[in-house]
Design a protein around this ligand. Structure first.
Ligand code: SF4
Length: 373
């Protein structure tokens, strides 16, 4: 840490506007919004990388984790109209699919034999599937493989299933938890700013509903993750507002495990005319997230979305988690221009981590370390 300190202070003049921010980062103090904005707008990438490294070493040391998981996407039939989405289909539209509980059981059996520890389930917001259907899915998983951690259903899906079934979020989440739900993923957060949301996902669960569902899950003892869609029409203030709302909830509940910035990919959607963010912008965003979100322990690079090369680079910009092996089991980002047939072997993830000068470890969903390499 001393070397990093010397490097950072060595590159700043005595009247640098970043000096007080650097002092705060070394003292472990929280940055305010104007300081976050200054970092986003003015800081050199090298300074951001070093400051993010200070925070990541304090929280996670040199460790970078991954897990053995697979995704199950029950359907891409969706009643919502998010303009950035490349995935949704209406009934009978080309490319629409619906997987039932039998297909889910088969997938669980297949991956059980491969030693996975987690199933990740998200998909479209199906207009006819209510809480009972999703509860039956979780029960079926547990019947097939009781130790498998079920991380399932974004807050957007939970809002819709509770509405269809006429129950409150608390009742819905309690029923899912009793069925065996272990945690909920971070999808559907997009950008919390209501004006941006009107333009990119007007009929989706609101920001307030998203936060309420996560808070309720935390109060029931379930950990959750949080995402942020970036690189679309939002500005830096919107990103900081988004992170601040998460930071505030985390102060109350402590229930977020991981923050996952999701890069907008433009293939096959209504925002295809927008240029995607550059790699330096992706790295800038990871670093500011790490520095700003002082109370969420982990920062994940979701490699199927940004590619393995950028994911590896992100390990020098605050990222300490690379998600999982995935094994070609998700289509959400490949349909938008991400990695095709995403798949990573354990050895490949270890090599990515070690070549970046970090220490690889396999974790379970709740970040308990299962094996160090
Ligand atoms: S992002 Fe999700 S909720 Fe929105 S249209 Fe696509 S599948 Fe539906």
């Amino acid at each position: 840490m001393q070397e990093i300190k010397e490097l950072i202070y060595g590159q700043l003049s005595s009247d640098s506007p970043f000096l007080s921010i650097v002092d705060k980062v070394f003292a472990g103090e929280r940055l305010n919004r104007s300081e976050g904005l200054l970092l986003y707008k003015e800081a050199e990438l090298s300074l951001l990388g070093l400051l993010a490294e200070v925070v990541r070493r304090r929280v996670n040391g040199l460790q970078v984790t991954f897990n053995h998981n697979f995704h199950f996407e029950p359907t891409n039939i969706c009643m919502k109209s998010c303009a950035f989405c490349s995935y949704k289909r209406r009934y009978n539209e080309d490319g629409a699919w619906e997987e039932g509980i039998d297909e889910l059981r088969q997938a669980v059996r297949k991956y059980k034999a491969r030693g996975v520890t987690e199933i990740h389930i998200t998909g479209g917001v199906h207009p006819q599937r209510g809480l009972e259907y999703y509860k039956a899915m979780v029960e079926a998983i547990k019947e097939e493989f009781s130790e498998l951690h079920v991380k399932a259903f974004s807050a957007v899906e939970i809002e819709a299933m509770c509405k269809i079934s006429g129950v409150s979020f608390l009742e819905g989440l309690q029923a899912l938890k009793e069925a065996g739900l272990g945690s909920i993923p971070g999808g559907g957060a997009e950008i919390f700013d209501e004006e941006v949301r009107k333009q990119i996902c007007p009929d989706k669960a609101t920001s307030q509903q998203w936060l309420e569902i996560h808070q309720t899950a935390h109060e029931l003892g379930m950990m959750t993750n949080a995402t942020m869609l970036y690189g679309l029409i939002e500005n830096y203030e919107h990103r900081l507002d988004h992170m601040e709302r998460l930071r505030t909830l985390q102060d109350k509940t402590g229930g977020f495990n991981t923050f996952i910035p999701l890069k907008f990919r433009r293939a096959n959607n209504a925002f295809s005319h927008i240029e995607e963010s550059t790699t330096t912008e992706d790295l800038r965003n990871y670093a500011v997230s790490r520095i700003y979100l002082d109370n969420i322990p982990h920062l994940k690079a979701y490699w199927p979305m940004i590619g393995k090369e950028v994911a590896q680079l992100s390990l020098s910009y605050g990222v300490d988690d690379l998600d999982g092996t995935i094994d070609d089991s998700t289509k959400i980002y490949s349909m938008a221009g991400g990695v095709q047939n995403p798949n990573a072997t354990t050895q490949e993830l270890i090599t990515m981590i070690e070549d970046a000068g970090k220490e690889a470890a396999e974790r379970d969903t709740l970040y308990n370390i299962l094996k160090r390499y």
